[in-house]
Design a protein around this ligand. Structure first.
Ligand code: ADP
Ligand code: ZN
Length: 602
């Protein structure tokens, strides 16, 4: 068989995706490889296809136990002999795996990186023919990222201790050049074939909202998405608990996940979510790499993450099946302070300058009126068209307001405070003074005696904050980084003394209108035979229960959608469906064909 027949026979695909073929060819010709592709880009195929063409057994280093089990289940469902070794197994289970491996009855073996440090494992591996070592989530090797796993640093040592050096192939979705270089250096890749595909995920819709109160906003977002599966990320455990309890009170089917729960509870909630027993997962970022669920149709961030890398990684867990999915971030002013606290936790003191820089880019994303997708792509150094047309800002309506007077009030307040105290203060205190706050600090400093005290008494805090953000964007003020004090910027003088106009752009939330429009859109893009699709999904759920695997292991949503569109009548036609290979056709063809036949006769 050649690579194309493997692709069709086992995976049911007609063509490689951009980048996949170059990596497969490179590996087959004996070269090391580095594949950088977005989540859902199809990295696994890049080593699975060669694994089936090379003699011997491919070793796959994968960071998480939960992930391995699913990956192996998916391979077995496609008729590929695969196994995993990890600490969740009993001695007897791992003995059985070893005996299969020694008989040559495994084409792929998944192991956790820690396993490679085990001397016994090395001895056993040295007796095997291992043509390829694939390193999944290779960014775990980099100390720059948040997923650093020290044992990844030992992979190169293991590989060089093998009697024959295998081809080494590394894969990740993390984009920064620094991490890429780290991977090449630490894994000691030899002139690897490099494929960096675009990072854009066209099926994801990005949006940022700045609601006055987050909880009601979240509830209405979830109400619009009933019946769909999604993740709500919170910054802290206590937020997870609060939001989770509220969702359950409101009748949503939600699971929760954070590091404060014991292992058993975490496993249970993860499975409830994965097997579609619960629709919503409320979690901290501890709920992360272990999920390989492809039908996550939205990711809502209840709090702002600490940088855009984390955000894109977490939000990117939506829509892995290629279907339209939403990524919504709920931003509030308190999020910046929370992120700062979380950042300083690691070091015990002030966050590092680098981390603050990354935090600032994240805050800019939350505040920008420009295309959100472009902000992300810019951050990862990827070129893009001027506007994406598929994000909240591109689709939003903006109103322009003249805020010159407000700008003058704020600027003179900053100036008066500074004159009084002899130093600049932070934005929070300026807002308090303008709004006529009665804190002890204000009285002690005598700030309630200033003529600008209480000038904006009638205004809600969020509005004053929004003006400040605008002034910052318009270079009328800036935040001095070291002490986070607010100071007059380059345009301050002309605005304050010459009345230069300041305009503020703000997004108008056309709530109901915008929402009903989106609904119409999705209704019209749904396939006409969605009755059949629903029936196919029911059959998939039934089979999944019967076999004790998550539904997407049987067929992806994309495969079911194609099946519904084609409505095959014969086993031959069934094989035409994208995502249906020989083995799955044999195993499940009859059951699904029966559902289609019944639907025809209804
Ligand atoms: P990644 O590991 O990069 O996140 P996966 O390997 O899990 O992505 O693949 C994501 C989805 O894309 C899977 O559902 C897979 O079946 C599908 N896929 C991969 N390669 C192809 C291809 N060549 N044609 C069609 N679908 C593909
Ligand atoms: Zn856009």
């Amino acid at each position: 068989m050649d690579k194309f027949s493997i692709l069709k026979h086992h995976f049911g695909h007609d063509a490689f995706r951009p980048g996949q073929e170059a990596l497969v060819d490179g590996i087959l010709s004996g070269r090391d490889a580095l594949g950088i592709m977005p989540t859902g880009g199809g990295k696994s195929l890049c080593y699975q296809v060669p694994a089936l063409l090379l003699p011997g057994m491919t070793l796959v280093v994968s960071p998480l136990i939960s992930l391995m089990k699913d990956q192996v289940a998916a391979l077995e469902a496609a008729g590929i002999a695969a196994a995993f070794l990890n600490s969740s197994q009993t001695l007897e289970e791992s003995r059985q795996v070893w005996s299969r491996v020694r008989r040559g009855a495994c084409r792929l073996l998944y192991v956790a990186p820690e396993r490679l440090e085990n001397q016994r494992f090395l001895e056993l591996a040295a007796d095997l023919e291992i043509p390829l070592v694939a390193v999944d989530e290779a960014h775990c090797i980099s100390q720059w990222g948040q997923d650093f796993r020290p044992s990844y640093l030992k992979i190169a040592e293991f590989v060089s201790a093998l009697p024959r050096r295998p081809v080494l192939a590394a894969f990740t979705a993390t984009a920064t050049a620094q991490v890429q270089e780290d991977i090449v250096r630490q894994l000691e890749l030899r002139e690897p074939v490099r494929v960096v595909t675009g990072f854009d995920r066209p099926n994801l819709f990005f949006d940022v909202r700045r609601p006055r109160k987050k909880l009601p906003e979240l509830l209405s977002l979830l109400a619009e998405r009933r019946g769909r599966s999604g993740i709500v990320y919170c910054a802290t455990r206590s937020n997870v608990e609060r939001v989770w309890a509220e969702l359950n009170r409101q009748g949503f089917s939600a699971a929760r996940y954070h590091a404060g729960l014991d292992e058993e509870e975490r496993r249970e909630s993860q499975e409830d979510f994965q097997y579609d027993r619960r629709q919503i997962m409320v979690a901290t970022n501890a709920f992360g790499m272990g999920i390989d669920k492809s039908n996550v149709s939205f990711v809502i961030h209840y709090n702002m993450p600490k940088n855009l890398e984390s955000y894109y990684q977490e939000a990117g867990r939506a829509g892995r099946d290629g279907e339209a999915a939403d990524c919504v971030l709920l931003y509030g002013a308190g999020d910046v302070a929370t992120a700062r606290i979380l950042l300083s936790h690691g070091t015990g003191g002030e966050p590092e300058a680098r981390e603050l820089e990354r935090l600032n880019a994240m805050v800019d994303y939350c505040k920008t009126n420009e295309c959100l997708r472009n902000r992300i792509l810019d951050y990862f150094g990827q070129t893009h068209p001027a506007r994406c047309g598929g994000c909240g800002n591109c689709q939003g309506m903006f109103s322009q307001a003249d805020v010159t007077v407000q700008a003058q009030m704020i600027l003179s307040c900053i100036k008066r405070v500074r004159d009084r105290l002899g130093y600049y203060v932070g934005a929070a205190l300026i807002v308090q003074v303008l709004r006529g706050g009665r804190s002890q600090r204000i009285r002690e400093l005598g700030l309630d005696q200033l003529s600008t005290y209480g000038l904006m008494r009638e205004e809600p805090r969020e509005r004053v904050r929004a003006w400040l953000d605008c002034l910052e964007a318009e270079e009328c003020v800036y935040t001095e980084p070291e002490h986070a004090t607010l100071r007059p910027g380059p345009r301050a003088g002309t605005v304050l003394f010459h009345g230069e106009r300041v305009l503020m752009l703000s997004r108008v939330e056309r709530q109901t209108e915008a929402r009903s429009e989106r609904k119409k859109e999705s209704a019209s893009s749904a396939p006409p035979d969605s009755g059949l699709l629903a029936a196919l999904k029911t059959e998939r759920t039934r089979l999944a229960r019967q076999e004790g695997v998550p539904p997407y292991i049987i067929f992806s949503n994309a495969a079911l959608a194609d099946m519904a569109a084609r409505a095959p009548r014969t086993p031959e036609e069934f094989l035409e469906v994208s995502g249906v290979g020989q083995i799955k056709a044999q195993r499940y063809g009859e059951a699904f064909l029966a559902v289609i036949a019944a639907w025809r006769e209804r």
